[in-house]
Ligand binder design. Structure first.
Ligand code: AMP
Ligand code: MG
Length: 508
């Protein structure tokens, strides 16, 4: 039914069945679900018919009031380390695998989030509120548009059903899309319940499905080899993803091992945040009292999580302790290389400047931190500079940028800015670039717009009153974050003072 002629419904993951997946029907909402948003482009990309999805039968399926024709929905079991503490059983507490869609070589899973309880709900209600669903829907598409690996969002449906959190809110369901929703915690679960055969079979399926470049062969030795190669890939992708987070000032907020994708995708958007005024120790999740998941700590925690994954698969890899350690040791280099390359681009530095570039990147972040400069506006304003002009010329040109991030009345800030320009010129000035080329290049490396919390908050408050215009407007803006001319001024300006007191917790 909902498929275009170029896609088919498949049961590739579903056919694994127990002990990985339990059949669980969605729990219908009592009040009729309404479709608030449909990602028609994504629908077409994966071979689904947007018109049919937007019709009454489609909305029923996307809102969890009817099954996908020909497919029984399922929940998967996993566990994980939450804030460093091992939690022996978690799972899809409010997520349901809705369908699997194949379009030629392209394979995608559809998952409903908030469609009712499952055997893994642990006394919670299996629901998601409108507020957190809007946050997940918009953030996954924003990250995608920024070129950061992420799960995607296909639809947002909502109903008037009450959901109880700190206050009474209403229910919503996001249909999200990914090649896989497997997490580090899936491997941990089958390791720590001592189901090693099941662990091996799950990883074999996963690697064959998602990594055709890895040959597991049919001997134990070839399996070990393939598994190690796969772990290397997970380490690489995770390091790259976190480097990309750092480069746009994205803080995930809950980097528990059950929120880490085996494919290196950003997954489970909760109390995330894009930093406004830069504080290297920024903590976006109010429930994270120790700052375990602060901006500064994200790379270290990703590394820690990879240790947990390596630990979980180690029973399948006898005598590989040293090899595992060596693989894990690569994390720092992979992360650093990508981090340097991304920030060098953001600063418009010619490639291959090694240590000098790293020092400048570090000093730039220090300068931004010291004066709490707006992360997005600082980098975006750099296209106004000119690597062939003088310090004074640059300081004057910088002030002409609509993104100029400094407070001119602050003497220390202005002095430090001049020192910073000097350091920057010493590197950026080495290969002169034509001004037009420079501006385009820099503006392509530095988004003018990120999904700031106060903008989200505005859109949520209006949506809670039944007006979705602002959600739609944000959605449009985030699809093209690099073209400043198309953006409303309030999307690119500094956040208002009240944004500083916005508090986000795990409640969702
Ligand atoms: P999170 O920290 O949001 O990724 O959630 C951690 C675990 O709690 C996961 O296993 C979720 O499925 C589960 N969970 C969170 N909220 C709910 C809810 N409202 N109902 C059922 N399970 C939930
Ligand atoms: Mg989660």
């Amino acid at each position: 039914m909902f498929h275009n002629h170029d896609s088919i419904l498949v049961q590739e993951y579903a056919s694994l069945g127990a002990p990985y997946l339990a059949e669980v029907p969605a729990t219908p909402l009592r009040t009729e679900p309404a479709l608030l948003h449909l990602n028609t482009q994504l629908a077409a990309d994966i071979g689904l018919n947007a018109d049919e999805l937007a019709s009454k039968p489609g909305i029923d399926v996307l809102g969890g009031n009817a099954p996908w024709p020909g497919y029984a929905s399922r929940a998967s079991v996993y566990c994980g380390h939450q804030f460093g503490v091992f939690v022996p059983q978690l799972g899809d507490g409010r997520a349901l695998l809705l369908a699997e869609v194949r379009k030629g070589k392209q394979y995608r899973q559809l998952q409903l989030k908030g469609a009712g309880p499952t055997p893994y709900s642990r006394h919670a209600d299996g629901r998601a509120v409108l507020r957190s669903s809007i946050r997940e829907y918009l953030a996954s598409e924003a990250m995608h548009a920024l070129g950061i690996p992420t799960t995607r969002a296909l639809s947002l449906t909502a109903s008037a059903d009450p959901v109880f959190r700190e206050t009474t809110e209403t229910a919503a369901v996001v249909c999200r899309v990914s090649e896989s929703f497997l997490r580090f915690g899936h491997a941990e679960f089958f390791c720590y319940t001592n189901q090693l055969e099941a662990l091996r079979n799950l990883l074999t399926w996963h690697i064959e499905q998602h990594h055709p470049e890895i040959d597991l062969g049919n001997t134990d030795a070839s399996f070990h080899q393939g598994l190690l190669q796969w772990l290397g890939t997970v380490i690489e992708r995770t390091a790259q993803m976190v480097a990309q987070w750092q480069a746009v000032g994205f803080c995930h907020g809950v980097m528990n091992t059950d929120n880490m994708s085996l494919l290196g995708l950003t997954i489970d958007y909760g109390p995330y945040g894009f930093v406004d005024g830069f504080d290297i120790d920024h903590i976006c999740n109010h429930s994270d009292h120790q700052g375990r998941y602060s901006y500064r700590n994200q790379p270290r925690i990703a590394h820690w999580n990879l240790y947990a994954l390596a630990q979980a698969i180690s029973p399948l890899l006898p005598d590989s302790k040293e090899t595992l350690q060596n693989l894990l040791d690569n994390f720092a280099d992979i992360f650093q290389t990508r981090h340097s390359a991304l920030f060098a681009n953001k600063l418009g530095l010619p490639s291959e400047q090694g240590e000098a570039a790293n020092t400048l990147i570090e000093n730039t972040l220090k300068f931004m931190h010291e004066h709490t400069l707006d992360f997005t506006r600082f980098f975006r304003s750099l296209s106004a500079l000119n690597p062939t002009a003088s310090v004074a010329g640059n300081f004057a040109a910088w002030q002409q940028s609509p993104f100029f991030p400094l407070a001119l009345g602050d003497e220390a800030q202005v002095n430090n800015a001049q020192t910073w320009i000097e350091q920057w010129l010493a590197l950026a000035g080495q290969t002169p670039v034509e001004p037009g080329v420079w501006r385009t290049r820099l503006d392509r490396s530095n988004p003018a717009f990120v999904l700031r919390n106060h903008l989200l908050q505005n859109s949520i408050e209006q949506a809670q009153k039944g007006d979705f215009a602002e959600v739609n407007r944000l959605y449009k803006a985030l699809s093209d974050p690099y073209t400043a001319e198309k953006l409303a001024p309030e999307y690119t300006s500094e956040p208002p003072d009240w944004a500083k007191t916005l508090v986000l917790s795990c409640s969702s």
